[in-house]
Design a protein around this ligand. Structure first.
Ligand code: FES
Ligand SMILES: [Fe+2]
Length: 358
């Protein structure tokens, strides 16, 4: 594909829904936050410090700026479960209360530093974000949890790798929209790629058969089913048939892929998006597989997906959001998906969230 000029970011941004829908977001790998470590993080339109208690058992997130006189807590340190500010050494508890002031025997009881719900699952750290000006508290129960992967919990599936894909200048809704955009599979994803590369395999194609549906009982879940089959010189190869069930857990922030390889086994891959700016997603992949699947085959399957995913990037980074798209027979359920996605803006009116018509 030829290089496309990226329009001015502000022009693109004005066409999209608000950039940070409610949901669980992956903020770090668990092994990248050591006991007693404290890190500054800017994402979802907020500034946080993320830290692990000194005993290593719990992870917490709070607003990066001290409620006293606004010092950046990144310069401070972790004491037990608390954070000590570098400026006047106030200590803040994990629930956001002021726990200790070295020069005063009275702490302001009403102060509550903003804190966020955190979960550690599958070797990753997730934060629950609510938009609409909501002041977050770690104690507040999120409306849903990251679902369990029973085979990983039981140890029959094991961790097999990760891939840091850097950032992509797109809105989160584009990833969800991609799954209902059935008409783009043939032009963008029908050529076989060499896994982990941008090279095409000559004369080998991929045929896709896709379906999308929201979960009838759990409004935060939606499923995308893709049956793929390899074609050589246009002839389908029956035994290459592979199924993938893709589960959106929230607004595309956490997406699991379950690849079934007949007679071989299953692979579960997480693709996560973290908006670090309105049109900038940090994208990461990590995956687990049945113990018995050779590592090379696992890497081939995951790399295949990552190469196909990368085919969309140039389109995403240069497009706008059509608030009122002109659709035709053969297009997938774009409006159904958008209605489902609006559920992640509970503060917004029922219609399209505040997006200007292009
Ligand atoms: S600014 Fe943090 S203790 Fe004063
Ligand atoms: Fe795509």
């Amino acid at each position: 594909m030829k290089t496309i000029t990226r329009p001015t970011e502000a022009v693109r941004e004005a066409t999209y829904p608000p950039p940070y829908p409610d949901g669980w977001y992956r903020v770090s790998a668990a092994d990248q936050l050591a006991p007693g470590e404290l890190r500054y993080l800017e994402c979802l339109g907020k500034q946080f410090v993320l830290y692990r208690s000194e005993d290593g058992k719990s992870v917490h997130a709070m607003s990066a700026f001290c409620p006293h006189l606004g010092a950046n807590l990144q310069g401070g340190c972790v004491k037990g479960q608390q954070v000590e500010c570098p400026f006047h050494r106030w200590r803040l508890a994990a629930d956001g209360r002021v726990a200790h002031i070295p020069y005063s025997d009275r702490v302001p009881h009403r102060v509550r530093q903003e804190t966020w719900p955190i979960r550690e699952r599958y070797g990753q750290i997730f934060i629950y974000h609510r938009g609409g000006g909501h002041v977050s508290s770690a104690d507040e129960a999120p409306p849903y949890e990251i679902p369990a992967i029973p085979e990983v919990d039981a140890g029959t599936m094991v961790y097999r790798g990760r891939h840091d894909a850097g950032t992509v200048r797109m809105h989160l809704i584009e990833f969800a929209e991609n799954s209902v955009d059935f008409a783009h599979f043939a032009p963008i994803h029908s050529e076989m790629m060499i896994p982990w590369t941008r090279f095409k395999v000559p004369f080998v194609g991929v045929r896709h058969d896709a379906a999308w549906e929201p979960d009838p009982e759990h409004p935060h879940l939606a499923y995308f089913h893709n049956k793929a089959m390899v074609e050589i010189l246009g002839r389908p190869i029956e035994r290459s048939r592979a199924n993938a069930t893709i589960t959106f857990i929230g607004p595309g922030s956490v997406v699991t892929f379950r690849f079934s390889i007949p007679d071989v086994g299953e692979i579960v891959m997480f693709q996560t998006h973290l908006p670090v700016a309105p049109l900038e997603q940090k994208v990461d992949f990590h995956w687990f597989a049945d113990r018995k699947i050779p590592r090379l085959l696992v890497s081939y399957v995951v790399g295949n997906w990552v190469s196909q995913w990368a085919n969309d990037i140039e389109i995403w980074e240069s497009k706008i959001y059509m608030n009122k798209p002109a659709l035709a027979k053969g297009d997938g359920p774009v409006h159904r998906m958008r209605k489902w996605f609006r559920g992640f803006y509970p503060e917004a009116p029922e219609e399209e969230p505040a997006a200007a018509a292009p």
